[in-house]
Design a protein around this ligand. Structure first.
Ligand code: SF4
Length: 141
């Protein structure tokens, strides 16, 4: 079982975003404490607690009809999933995808099948805020 609970696809860039449940930090401004779904979707949802986590096979089945060039492992925090390295390996073999891990860096998995790591550095001051881009994105799961 993975910790993936939500999958979105950005067709113009052939990019899949895999969203993983849970985190090893509790940042005060964490967007996931307000919205559990991809913030690029219109009308993304309020958090209602635990979500259904997908088995590895189901994650791959959901992607098989898509043209996938890039996969982004994102949050909550993907690195806490023990299946992450295995999932990255399968995605490399099936799609030859460019795999990007977005992480807080507290715990790094095996990076053999991760092509890029984007590390977010958490702020300790209350005056620091953040922005994010809005892109057209399609919900898969
Ligand atoms: S590391 Fe990211 S996902 Fe985890 S609590 Fe902080 S902002 Fe949220």
């Amino acid at each position: 079982m993975t910790k993936v609970y939500h999958i979105t696809y950005y067709p113009q860039k052939e990019t899949v975003c895999l969203h993983f449940w849970g985190c090893n930090l509790r940042c005060r401004t964490c967007i996931r404490q307000k919205e559990i779904y991809d913030c690029h979707l219109n009308g993304s949802g309020q958090s209602t607690g635990g979500q259904r986590l997908l088995p590895l096979k189901e994650v791959m089945n959901n992607l098989k009809i898509l043209k996938v060039s890039k996969v982004i492992f994102m949050g909550w925090e993907a690195s806490i999933d023990p299946e992450l390295a295995n999932l990255a390996r399968l995605l490399h073999y099936k799609f030859r995808s460019y795999n990007t891990l977005i992480t807080n860096g507290l715990k790094l998995p095996h990076l053999d099948h991760i092509d890029e790591v984007v590390l977010s550095i958490k702020a300790y001051t209350e005056t620091v805020s953040y922005t994010h881009l809005t892109l057209p994105t399609k919900r898969i799961v």
